[in-house]
Ligand binder design. Structure first.
Ligand code: GDP
Length: 491
């Protein structure tokens, strides 16, 4: 059976009670089914109401006459609808029971419950959206930050698709020249100008490279930047988490090592979701529960995209004399904070000197810490090494926290990525664009090695194919199932 021949229905608003909830129908029977389930106020005939109009009335069980809910009915006739089919929406009063009853009613009257993503799938199949745009819809539904939302809306508007189509059509042009040469080589066709062909391929490879560079930001926008807050017990990790999210989320305690478990919270900086993970204090001599906490901390450090190492400046000041002594003896102190900082290795890291209210900003302890890090890394003090920066805050008074937020934003976005440009979101898009880019590299190698037009054409075809799969020009049904199956119900 052709999947588009039936009428689908679903509750299209989020689960749970809301002020209104919408049951949406799409397909050839949508209007007829609605006409039997909905009684408008006045002398209206639902089957003949104008497209894009809104009608007041009641959802009523036809057999018993039982009123299920007071509702508004919206009709959007094909092809001027999201799916390009007839769409009817019943705007009910949002309670889960009323919505379930209304949905059951339209199913009893002949609709089928929609699969997850099936409305958007129909929009794609009927040419209303291409695949990258459909993924934009998925992105909008799941967007957890304003940045992710902006990117998804632009994707729905076709920004990414346009860019990819332009690269693809340039490549098709180049491919046509190479193929013409293959097909008519013994006839009077101009020889391929390999110099300009190389230039054309290389230019498109560069454009794909620019897109691929946005994948990291795309991943950050989608999944959030996993940020581990680590530090010795009592350094103020929980307090800092609270100061950053401005909520009493983590439990602050006076006793060292009392943050037993990891605590997660999310904030948004520059439109990018930042997932903060507060870990139990890192201490090698811990035992029992504390040891378990340390294992979790190390694990959190492993999976982190960014690490905030919290250093208690007051404690560092207290320890400074002994540390100074060990530096003076030519040794580098590898205990505590420093050991932790060095343990972060080359991951993006911000060292946060905390408790400035106790020691003052630009404390000598913090400056010295910078020198120690440099010494331990064997580099001059002003080359501690990016990505690496230091901030001074007081989690208690909030001093310096705004600067820390800015610092996080800069480290995460690389300070350079322009979010108005198309951004690759999701693994599927990234893998396909990377595939296309590597095919173009093969093509360049083939050209450089004079490998012949057959091989060059093959690589170009592979690239064109991969790009076509991003926008959905070239797709199998299985893949569609997989892509749209990831949507929520009713979308
Ligand atoms: P954690 O073990 O690293 O999570 O540290 P907590 O956030 O639980 O803080 C440990 C202790 O230090 C608590 O008594 C906090 O009130 C205190 N503390 C945290 N940040 C500051 C700060 O900026 N200034 C001062 N004076 N005390 C702080």
């Amino acid at each position: 059976m052709c999947p588009e021949s039936d009428t689908i229905a679903a509750v299209s608003t989020a689960a749970g009670a809301g002020a209104i909830g919408i049951v949406r129908l799409s397909g050839p029977e949508a209007v007829d089914i609605a006409a039997r389930a909905f009684i408008p106020k006045g002398e209206l005939d639902v089957t003949s109401v104008d497209s894009h109009s809104f009608v007041y009335g009641h959802v009523v069980e036809p057999g018993s006459g039982r009123v299920i809910d007071e509702a508004m009915l919206a009709v959007m006739r094909a092809p001027r609808s999201y799916t390009r089919e007839d769409i009817v929406e019943l705007h009910c009063h949002g309670g889960p029971v009323a919505l379930r009853s209304a949905l059951q009613l339209v199913v009893d009257l002949g609709a089928r419950i929609a699969e997850p993503g099936e409305f958007t799938r129909r929009a794609f199949i009927n040419g209303r959206l291409d695949l990258a745009q459909a993924e934009g819809v998925a992105g909008i539904i799941s967007a957890r930050s304003t940045g992710a939302l902006r990117v998804s809306v632009r994707q729905l508007g076709g920004g990414l698709s346009e860019r990819l189509r332009s690269v693809r059509s340039e490549l098709i042009g180049t491919l046509a020249v190479v193929e013409a040469n293959m097909d008519f080589s013994d006839e009077d066709v101009e020889e391929v100008d390999w110099g300009s062909t190389r230039q054309a391929v290389s230019a498109q490879r560069e454009r794909l490279g620019e897109l691929l560079a946005t994948a990291l930001l795309g991943r950050a926008l989608q999944h959030g930047v996993r940020t581990a807050i680590v530090g010795r017990p009592n350094a103020g990790k929980s307090s800092l988490l609270n100061a950053l999210v401005m909520r009493e989320r983590a439990i602050v305690s006076e006793l060292p090592g009392t943050t037993r478990d990891t605590v997660e919270d999310e904030l948004e900086i520059g439109g990018i979701p930042i997932r903060l993970v507060d870990t139990a204090g890192l201490r090698s001599d811990g035992e029992g529960v504390e040891r378990l906490g340390i294992e979790r901390s190390l694990a959190a450090l492993e999976g982190a995209d960014l690490v905030l190492v919290v250093v208690d400046l007051a404690a560092t000041a207290r320890d400074a004399t002994s540390l100074d002594a060990s530096v003076a003896e030519g040794g580098v102190p590898l205990e505590g904070d420093l050991r932790l900082i060095l343990g972060v290795k080359d991951r993006p890291c911000i060292v946060v000197g905390n408790k400035t209210d106790l020691v003052g900003r630009e404390s000598s302890a913090f400056r010295e810490l910078g020198d120690w890090i440099a010494a331990a890394r064997g580099v001059p003090a002003d080359e501690v090494g990016a990505p690496f920066c230091v901030c001074e805050v007081s989690a208690r008074t909030g001093e310096g926290v705004a600067e820390l937020r800015e610092c996080i934003g800069e480290v995460v976005s690389g300070g350079s990525v322009e979010m108005e440009e198309p951004v690759l979101v999701g693994e599927r898009q990234r893998i396909l664009v990377a595939e296309a880019a590597s095919s173009l590299e093969e093509a360049l190698l083939a050209i450089d090695g004079s490998a012949g037009d057959e091989l060059v054409a093959e690589d170009l075809r592979a690239a064109v194919g991969a790009l076509g799969r991003v926008t959905g020009e070239d797709l199998g049904v299985d893949l569609l199932d997989e892509i749209f199956g990831r949507f929520c119900l009713g979308k």
